[in-house]
Design a protein around this ligand. Structure first.
Ligand code: GAR
Length: 323
């Protein structure tokens, strides 16, 4: 999954209609949400949201898809998005199915809002379908866009009660009010996750616990990972801005002071000397940085694990690697 960047994230919003969700994102950004809207683009030059964006001083781009091949239209939209400097794309009532190539190009950086409680009612007419099914609640979901229609990971949902006498139209109106709260909140959390210790620890935990016989055990009050069993040694510590440091980091074992010094000198944006631990050859690897390289983190976890794991385990690992 693509990684978040520093500062306020730059967002391109794609619309086909009135653009009320785009407006909700725009006004949230003006109220201090951690993103800014750098482009509003549409496949319909008459989309109402375009004139609102213009009035608000946001750059716009429109290109009718009529008479164009899907790939050709997507490529033109993509070029405009890239030119705007956007790092993320938020689909907000963009009623064109995107080509697989376009979706793959923005993998992990493209979100969509859909007016149902996904995975229920993907595709068209979700309100009518919820009413027909006799549901008591409807709602909206924000999800990552993948090549499966409305099928990517759901990042957040808002529930809306269905009332007696609701029609698809009355229900859609209330769901939209909920959408306008949900989208800015979920987008803001998503683009900020790279400086969120819970998110970073979650990813680290997944990698660390995938190593053979690894277990989590707090050390000096912080999450840490060790080889299971009473005498099992620690191979990774999670350090959330310890001792006044700026870094949210994982500490891993190097081969000693020479390697530690070399790493810190070569790449000070990634590696640092952690307080106290550096004396025993541990290096800090910064996680709260733009485009954190999780393959590199995994590499260091494995190395560190190998340096403390009993031979019995490293031998098995070697055999598995050769296989
Ligand atoms: C919103 O309700 C959004 O969830 C929906 O279109 C509407 C756009 O309204 N999107 C979809 O149905 C996507 N499958 P808006 O233009 O006022 O934001």
């Amino acid at each position: 999954m693509a990684e978040p960047t520093c500062g306020r994230a730059r967002i391109a919003v794609l619309i086909s209609g009135s653009g009320t969700n785009m407006a909700a994102l725009l006004y949230a950004s003006r109220q201090g949400a951690p993103f800014e809207i750098v482009l509003v683009a549409s496949n319909d030059p008459h989309a109402g949201g375009l004139s609102l964006a213009e009035a608000e001083g946001i750059p716009t781009f429109s290109l009718s898809h009529k008479g164009m091949q899907r790939a050709e239209h997507d490529a033109a939209m993509d070029a405009a998005i890239r030119k705007s400097g956007a790092e993320y794309v938020a689909l907000a009532g963009y009623m064109r199915v995107l080509s697989d190539e376009m979706v793959q190009r923005w993998e992990g950086r493209m979100l969509n809002i859909h007016p149902s409680l996904l995975p229920k009612y993907k595709g068209l007419d979700p309100h009518a379908r919820a009413l027909e099914a006799g549901d008591e609640v409807a709602g909206a979901s924000v999800h990552l866009v993948t090549t499966e229609l409305d099928g990517g990971e759901v990042l957040g949902r808002a529930e809306v009660a269905i009332m007696g006498g609701d029609t698809p139209e009355t229900l859609a109106l209330r769901v939209k009010i909920a959408e306008h709260q949900l989208y800015p909140q979920v987008l803001g959390a998503y683009v900020s996750r790279g400086s969120d210790p819970d998110y970073l620890l979650g990813r680290l935990r997944e990698l660390a616990l995938a190593l053979p016989e690894a277990e989590e055990q707090a050390s000096h009050g912080s999450p840490a990972f060790k080889i299971a069993g009473k005498s099992g040694k620690f191979f990774a510590h999670f350090a959330d801005r310890h001792h006044g440091a700026e870094q949210i980091a994982v500490l891993a074992k190097t081969s000693g002071q020479d390697e530690l010094a070399d790493l810190v000198e070569r790449d000070p944006g990634v590696f640092f000397r952690p307080a106290y631990y550096h004396a025993s050859g541990w290096v800090g690897i910064t996680l709260n940085r733009p485009d954190c390289d999780w393959d590199q983190v995994q590499h260091w976890l494995e190395r560190s694990w190998r340096s403390v794991a009993p031979k019995r385990l490293t031998k098995l690992r070697d055999a598995a690697d050769e296989f």
